[in-house]
Design a protein around this ligand. Structure first.
Ligand SMILES: Nc1nc2c(c(=O)[nH]1)N[C@H]1C(S)=C(S)[C@@H](COP(=O)(O)O)O[C@H]1N2
Ligand SMILES: [Mo]
Length: 344
């Protein structure tokens, strides 16, 4: 599908009561909320705070959640090692400006169409070239491994970006638990296939021409890299469905389409697995998809990006894109002298 819908945008609706982006500093709001939660004697955020108290706190700071979906607070340790020092993208932007073509191709569609997506019960199967295949159920996802909060930049191939406080655990922890065999060279991921719940899987037009289920893949070395996260939450609570509930991948040095959502299968393989955007338009989207300002997309430049939620509506802040999205110190060695123009 040559003219797929990567640049079709829904009409931007903005309610009157919205604060201007420059009137709030998301980072300070997030920290302040933690202070209040402490002062209220509820312990650190992540302690068992009822959902309605959380919702109340969002109200207090003018960050009305768009989700009617129930998210619950998580218990986690902050991990400062990857801190970007940048302003966090406001919660309402993170949860209303989404790519999740199973729910439609416009940025607002996932927030509008995913609210009734059922995530419990859930089964995530880990199989293939592993010693101990296993199936994780919904409760396992947040209980089996210690959770960390990590703030990462997310750079979409469409040249916009965000800064998001994820909660999750390293994919490496899961791969160590199942034990990769000597044949394991790649890791394949698959999103849920449920056309009854995911209207984009029913209609070729609504689903942007992708052949579902959405699939992605990494080399084993990429999958084992310390940055590669399986995320189960953001802003201290479980993931809203539009962000890939109940579990999604986050690979911060690669274009966002690698960070596959709502995963039901992880398969360790001896061969490179097919990946959805590469199947749809192979000359535009490669298997590696490392963020690279020096290699333009055939139809637009990748040298800079629009930081969502900063600057005004028509003057969104543009910043330079960094090689590997700024994570070169952790990942450049994975690629040695590989020609990153050829392996895009
Ligand atoms: N299953 C699935 N995963 C997906 C997508 C998708 O359409 N379907 N879109 C990808 C793209 S293009 C991006 S930029 C990120 C966006 O994640 P966010 O909406 O949480 O910001 O999700 C990725 N994961
Ligand atoms: Mo993207």
């Amino acid at each position: 599908m040559a003219n797929h819908s990567r640049f079709t945008q829904g009409i931007l609706k903005k309610a009157q009561w919205h604060l201007q982006d420059n009137q709030v500093t998301p980072e300070s709001v997030f920290r302040a909320r933690r202070q209040i939660v402490k002062a209220m004697g509820l312990g650190a955020i992540g302690a068992s705070i009822p959902g309605y108290v959380q919702a109340g706190l969002f109200d207090l700071f003018g960050e009305q959640p768009k989700s009617s979906f129930i998210t619950t607070p998580l218990t986690f340790q902050p991990n400062q090692r990857y801190g970007t020092g940048e302003v966090l993208t406001p919660f309402d932007k993170v949860t209303t400006h989404n790519n999740f073509y199973e729910f439609g191709t416009s940025k607002q569609d996932p927030a509008d169409n995913a609210q009734h997506f059922k995530v419990d019960p859930w089964q995530l199967r880990i199989e293939g070239e592993v010693e101990r295949p296993m199936t994780l159920d919904f409760t396992d996802l947040t209980k089996l491994f210690p959770l960390e909060e990590r703030t990462y930049r997310l750079r979409c191939v469409e040249a916009w970006s965000m800064v998001i406080p994820w909660v999750g655990f390293p994919l490496a922890a899961l791969l160590k638990k199942v034990g990769v065999t000597h044949k394991g060279k790649y890791v394949a991921f698959e999103t849920a296939f449920d056309p009854e719940q995911m209207p984009g899987q029913k209609s070729r037009l609504m689903g942007g021409g992708i052949h579902y289920p959405y699939v992605e893949g990494l080399t084993l070395a990429e999958a084992m890299n310390e940055l590669t996260l399986l995320s189960v939450g953001l802003y201290g609570k479980t993931l809203p469905p539009q962000n890939g509930a109940p579990i999604r991948l986050v690979v911060p040095w690669k274009y966002g389409f690698k960070s596959i959502k709502s995963i039901v299968r992880i398969r360790v393989m001896d061969k490179q697995p097919p990946t959805s955007w590469n199947q749809l338009a192979p000359h535009e989207y490669g298997f590696y998809a490392n963020v690279n300002p020096a290699v333009d997309h055939p139809r637009w430049s990748q040298a800079s990006e629009r930081r969502i939620g900063e600057g005004g509506l028509f003057s969104a802040k543009r910043i330079d894109t960094q090689p590997f999205n700024g994570y070169g110190e952790f990942v450049a060695s994975l690629y040695g002298d590989m020609d990153l123009r050829k392996f895009y």
